[in-house]
Design a binder for this molecule. Structure first.
Ligand code: SIN
Length: 285
């Protein structure tokens, strides 16, 4: 069994794990240690790894079924491995450059993502994560009471929608670096509880993926806006976050059920290439 060193990188969430080679199969004890670290720290990081797409998938499959991205094209050889690329000459939006929990508008959003860095800029291109348990726990008792039983209405419109909204136009530009198709059902609404309970830890978190939540159920967009604006601002306070500085061979594994993340787009003129594998989740409850 590998002896793992686990070092938190911030007060709110995030830990680096050293002493493991993820190209190798995990024994049960190591698997349990990593799973516990994910539950404790919400996003875990590994350094100096060299993994093939098959090894990436094998690691992910220890934690659940893997999913193919429905709108962005995976590798020809391994469709479940999504290349997340921004070319040096691409000055448009990057993939994931906004606060979000991945595809929160799906009926069963992912349990987690494993992102592997193949090529990163010398500076910039960090990813920021936020602890959505803490976002919930630091609300006032009055606000927590008010949100009991409230559902959010989610759509894919602003990420992958064919509408002419500003965000969609901006997002469409990243097709230069990535092969992203638009959804023909992007306006379909999915309803999820605003406060969800993690199926493994039993902890409650705020579920308000920044880009996908359109309004609160039973309210208009206009009525919902001030509440959602407050919750988004409250959730993403710097004290609730950690920021990860990538290097080639780094891996981030985040629990998509209790975090949001934001890929910084501050490295124009430099290439950034990652491979991402998605682990299937279940319906938020
Ligand atoms: C994503 O949102 O999955 C991309 C994150 C990143 O590239 O840092």
């Amino acid at each position: 069994m590998a002896t793992l060193d686990i070092h938190p990188i911030a007060g709110a969430l995030g830990a680096e794990i050293h002493g493991i080679d993820l190209s190798q199969a995990l024994d049960e004890k190591t698997f349990s240690t990593i799973q516990k670290a994910l539950h404790d720290h919400l996003v875990i990081f590994f350094r100096d790894q060299t993994i093939t797409p098959d090894q990436h998938l094998a690691f992910a499959r220890r934690f659940g079924d893997v999913e193919t991205h429905r709108y962005a094209k995976g590798l020809d050889s391994h469709p479940e491995v999504l290349p997340v690329i921004k070319e040096a000459d691409d000055r448009a939006a990057n993939f994931g450059g906004i606060w979000h929990s991945d595809v929160a508008f799906h009926a069963e959003p992912p349990m987690g993502q494993i992102l592997y860095a193949l090529e990163v800029p010398d500076s910039g291109g960090d990813t920021i994560f936020v602890n959505m348990y803490q976002a919930y726990e630091t609300l006032s008792d009055g606000m927590k009471r008010m949100l009991v039983g409230v559902n959010g209405v989610f759509t894919g419109e602003r990420s992958y929608g064919p509408s002419d909204s500003e965000v969609t136009k901006r997002q469409a530009l990243f097709s230069k670096s990535m092969d992203v198709k638009l959804m023909n059902n992007a306006d379909d609404e999915t309803v999820h509880p605003l406060i969800r309970t993690h199926p493994d830890t039993g902890r409650k978190s705020l579920f308000i993926s920044g880009i996908a939540i359109r309004r609160l159920e039973g309210m208009t967009v206009e009525e919902s806006r001030p509440i959602l604006r407050f919750l988004k601002k409250h959730a993403t306070r710097p004290e609730n976050t950690c920021q990860f500085r990538w290097s080639k061979g780094s891996i981030a594994f985040w629990d998509n059920r209790c975090t949001q993340h934001y890929a910084l787009n501050d490295y124009h003129g430099h290439r950034r290439v990652m491979h991402r594998v998605t682990i299937a989740g279940d319906r938020p409850a």
